[in-house]
Design a protein around this ligand. Structure first.
Ligand SMILES: [Mn+2]
Length: 262
């Protein structure tokens, strides 16, 4: 298979790539194919870092589900960093929050906390960037936030993972069904980010930029002098945000979409 290679500009210092909400599932082979190709392209174009900001999988019921499908994805991600250049980082999303160390080890990636700050640019005045999946910003969705708090405790986690795989599969399906049904009753505003929560998080982490996914509403927003990038979900196109640090330490941002090949 010939792989189109994105050539990185010469003389750039570092390049980071961000993506999220791929929602990998056996039921959507076009997305799976696009993601496998994306992994190959990242391997070849060799940016310094790839960040996957949550909802890599449409559902994840535990690292112990060793299906051929999951293994194929693990192998593809592992192959990225075999170029000895690209480090891969992963945050969990609301769909795959049971992803854990075992998966991370197999895929040779680093699991990040739900909120992670990175910095880039001039060392005397680096630009600070906050990364998160984005579900924690939707604070108007009170029911979901309650579930989020509850399901992220180690007690909930241990309880859930102690159940046999077949039971977790059924529970996973049930949760997705319930969440879809609940979403139908919620207005679009409730499911979007809350502006006050965003301003609070900018202040809390003292960052200049925020990058997240989850809402599936790709956009570049300004909040005063702060910038917020929202990544798109992979419905019909691959979506990624490329951040390049130029020789003068300034940052160049580019959102890329690539339609799936039919
Ligand atoms: Mn999500």
């Amino acid at each position: 298979m010939s792989v189109p290679i994105t050539t990185l500009k010469k003389n750039t210092k570092q390049t980071f790539v961000f993506t999220s909400d791929i929602h990998l599932s056996r039921k959507t082979p076009a997305i799976t194919q696009a993601f496998l190709l994306f992994c190959e392209q990242i391997h070849h174009s060799a940016p310094d870092r790839l960040y996957i900001l949550g909802d890599l999988f449409d559902v994840w019921i535990g690292d112990d589900e060793k299906s051929r499908y999951n293994q194929q994805i693990i192998t593809a991600i592992k192959n990225i960093s075999s170029n000895d250049k690209t480090a891969v980082f992963l945050q969990v999303g609301n769909r795959d929050f049971l992803l854990s160390n075992n998966f991370a080890q197999q895929a040779n990636l680093t699991l990040l906390a739900d909120e992670e700050v990175i910095s880039l640019g001039d060392c005397s005045t680096p630009q600070r960037i906050l990364l998160c999946h984005g579900d924690q910003l939707c604070s108007d969705d009170v029911d979901y936030q309650k579930f989020r708090l509850h399901s992220r405790t180690s007690e909930w986690r241990q309880n859930a993972l102690a159940r046999p795989l077949w039971q977790r599969k059924i529970i996973g399906r049930l949760l997705r069904y319930r969440s879809k049904r609940a979403q139908r009753k919620k207005t679009l505003d409730i499911m979007d980010i809350n502006e006050q929560t965003v301003l609070k998080i900018f202040a809390q982490y003292q960052v200049d930029y925020l990058i997240h996914g989850h809402t599936h509403r790709p956009q570049q927003h300004q909040h005063g002098d702060k910038t917020r990038w929202v990544l798109d979900a992979w419905h019909t196109a691959e979506n990624s945000l490329w951040l390049t640090e130029l020789p003068d330490s300034s940052l160049h941002w580019e959102m890329k979409w690539k339609k799936f090949t039919p």
